[in-house]
Write a new protein. Structure first.
Length: 238
């Protein structure tokens, strides 16, 4: 079954070019030219991936992404008109999965699209897995004192209350918790959670760890759950 992509850009020529090339790759494509229309289409068509420009009429791409992240975990590839680190940081903060600065080659965009969709398929396969490599049952609920991770519901609770996590925050927390007590390098985490072909660097891991600590630690400035291994990486303590 062909995967569906929503292209959101108010530049008609670019919108048409993206749609044409994505259809050539076998994807189904919907298009939107403004923020409100993008939200409406995303809710109705449930795309597998959203390509989202920052500069949009009605609602900008940051706000569209922020709203979508409260409702769905669809991966978002954000387009920015300039290679500005502020844009990239803000994009990550509102929940974008990857970013691409204009102008870009169509080959690079297609590669990013395929990488993100491949990561989605891997995650879906992992969620559907019921056993460990040795054949033993895979736990669906992980409990650590006041912290509970329900992998069936993709839900995390702290002191009995549900915590609102972005998709990548949830994936990172689950990955760390499944490797309790193990020191994991930033590069290893980046490869397994974001995918080996993710274009960003290990600072992405640090940013998401900081966000997670603010939500699950009693004192984020003195973390006891996600511990930094100086000069190496991180370790999840149970």
């Amino acid at each position: 079954m062909a995967e569906k992509i929503l292209v959101v850009d108010d530049e008609v020529s670019l919108q048409e070019t993206l749609a044409y090339n994505l259809k050539k790759e076998g994807y189904l494509v919907d298009v939107a030219s403004d923020g409100p229309t993008a939200l409406d289409l995303a809710r109705k068509s449930k795309p597998d991936l959203i390509i989202l420009d920052i500069m949009l009429p009605g609602l900008d791409g940051f706000e569209v992404c922020r709203i979508l992240r409260k409702e769905m975990s669809t991966p978002v590839l954000m387009l920015t008109a300039r290679d500005d680190e502020i844009d990239r940081v803000v994009g990550l903060e509102v929940g974008a999965d990857d970013y691409l600065a204009k102008p870009f080659s169509m080959r690079e965009l297609i590669a990013r699209v395929k990488a993100l969709l491949r990561r989605v398929r891997i995650i879906r396969q992992e969620v559907g897995t019921t056993t460990n490599a040795d054949g033993s049952p895979l736990p669906k609920i992980l409990t650590f004192d006041n912290l509970l991770i329900d992998m069936t519901r993709r839900e995390v609770k702290k002191d009995g209350k549900v915590i609102a996590l972005k998709p990548k925050e949830y994936e990172l927390l689950t990955f760390l918790a499944q490797h309790i007590g193990q020191m994991l390098t930033r590069e290893f985490i980046l490869e397994r959670v974001w995918g080996w072909d993710f274009v960003g660097d290990s600072r992405t891991v640090d940013v998401h760890v900081r966000w997670l600590r603010e939500k699950i630690e009693v004192d984020p400035s003195d973390p006891k759950r996600i511990v930094t291994v100086r000069g190496a990486g991180y370790r999840f303590e149970g």
